[in-house]
Structures are given as structure tokens and as C-alpha cells.
Design a protein around this ligand. Structure first.
Ligand code: ADP
Ligand code: NI
Length: 207
């Protein structure tokens, strides 16, 4: 089967799966990570596009946050990919990336060693910064009933959403693996810095 057709089919399967996911972990995040991964791969001229595409599309189908173990995830991904008659090596490489992707506050189980994994990790982290990252952070904070900003407690972990920028989002730029990822991260980082400046200025009653 042609790679483009496999990717299109997997897109449909994942969109359906994430739409029905009770936690609402969203398909549009997955699609953005896929598109950003492809953009980075094109700019770098590196990486196997099929492995990058599949790993990006499958990276959130069975996330540990929702109680899935590594074994559950391997079973779910293998089930999705088996009908496409891919080689074991392709399936193994995709599972390796998905299992090692998350940024766990620096306690990553493993530093991704393949270029395909590094590209998808850059793309996933890029979706947490810039304009989209700002929107996602406040959506997450609202879901957790956190205030936008609490000047008296902003330095306490998980107290307000502005604090999350300093705890995590402003640090992501320096963790990029690829040159293309770094370039995107610098632009998105600048947007967050501008946003924080404007936010504090308006907070204080200025322009
Ligand atoms: P991923 O989609 O890569 O698995 P997470 O589930 O960790 O990422 O986070 C989803 C989104 O919620 C990200 O944009 C992240 O920045 C944001 N987020 C996570 N924790 C917080 C927090 N404490 N405050 C605000 N936003 C958060
Ligand atoms: Ni993600």
C-alpha cells in the first residue's frame, strides 16, 4: 500500500478514536503535531516520513495520563497498524517514539535517539508554546479551576496559569533538537514573551 494512503487511513482511524475519547484529548492537537512534524522533516531534509507521520498521529491514542500502560499502548498501536502490512521494524520504531515522547518535567525515561523521534518531540513541544500554547495553557487552567494569575501565589507550583509559563513553557525553546524546530520555537517564544508583557501591563491598568 502506498504511504500516502496508509497515512490517510490512519488519520481517519485516529480522528474517530480521539473524537470518541471521553477525556476529549483532542484530535486537532494531534493533527497540528502531524503537520508541524512534516514541516520540520521537509526543512531538515531528514527522517523517514512514514515513521514520523505514524508516530505523530498515534502519539496520544493511549497516553499514560489516561491510565494506559506501555503494554496497553503497544497493543493498541499494533492493532491499528497490523492491517497495513508494515514491517515489524516500522511498527517497532513508531512504538519506541510514542513510548518515549512525553516531557515529564525533565524526568524523561529516555532521550529519544532517532531523528524521527526528535522531530515528533519537537513538534509536540512546539504545540505547547506560541499562540496555540497560550490558548492551550488557559484552557487547561480553566479545566482545573485555576485563576489566570494570582500575584500572591504565582511562584507556587500549579497555582495559576501564568505560573505555568515560567515553570515549563518558557523553558521549552532550549530543549529543541532540530534546527527547524529551534527556529519555530524562537518565533513562538517571542510571542509568549510579548503576551506576558502585555498581560502584566494590562493587569496593572496600563495601555
Ligand atoms: P501533551 O498534549 O503534549 O501530552 P500535556 O497533556 O502535558 O501535553 O498538556 C496539554 C496542554 O496543557 C499543554 O499545552 C500544556 O502546556 C498545558 N498544561 C499542562 N499542565 C498545565 C498547567 N499546570 N497549567 C497550564 N497549562 C498546562
Ligand atoms: Ni501531544
Amino acid at each position: 500500500m502506498r504511504n500516502e494512503i496508509i497515512i490517510e487511513d490512519v488519520k481517519h482511524i485516529v480522528a474517530e478514536k480521539l473524537r470518541n475519547e471521553a477525556t476529549g484529548h483532542d484530535w486537532w492537537h494531534t493533527l497540528r503535531v502531524y503537520n508541524t512534524s512534516m514541516d520540520i522533516a521537509a526543512a531538515e531534509g531528514k527522517g523517514d516520513r512514514l515513521i514520523i507521520g505514524l508516530a505523530a498521529l498515534l502519539h496520544d491514542v493511549a497516553d499514560h495520563k489516561f491510565g494506559y500502560t506501555d503494554a496497553d499502548r503497544e497493543a493498541i498501536i499494533t492493532d491499528i497498524l497490523t492491517p497495513f502490512e508494515l514491517s515489524d521494524s516500522v511498527i517497532e520504531q513508531v512504538i519506541y517514539i510514542v513510548n518515549n515522547l512525553s516531557f515529564k518535567q525533565g524526568k524523561n525515561k529516555h532521550v529519544l535517539e532517532t531523528i524521527e523521534g526528535r522531530i515528533v518531540q519537537d513538534a509536540d513541544r512546539l504545540d505547547a508554546i506560541g499562540a496555540i500554547g497560550i490558548a492551550r495553557a488557559f484552557a487547561y487552567g480553566g479545566h482545573k479551576d485555576r485563576p489566570l494569575y494570582d500575584p500572591e501565589h504565582s511562584e507556587d507550583p500549579d497555582s495559576d496559569t501564568i505560573g505555568h509559563f515560567h515553570e515549563k513553557l518558557l523553558l521549552l525553546k532550549d530543549g529543541m533538537h532540530t534546527e527547524a524546530g529551534k527556529q519555530k520555537a524562537v518565533a513562538r517564544h517571542t510571542r509568549m514573551e510579548q503576551f506576558l508583557k502585555d498581560f502584566h501591563s494590562e493587569w496593572d491598568g496600563h495601555q
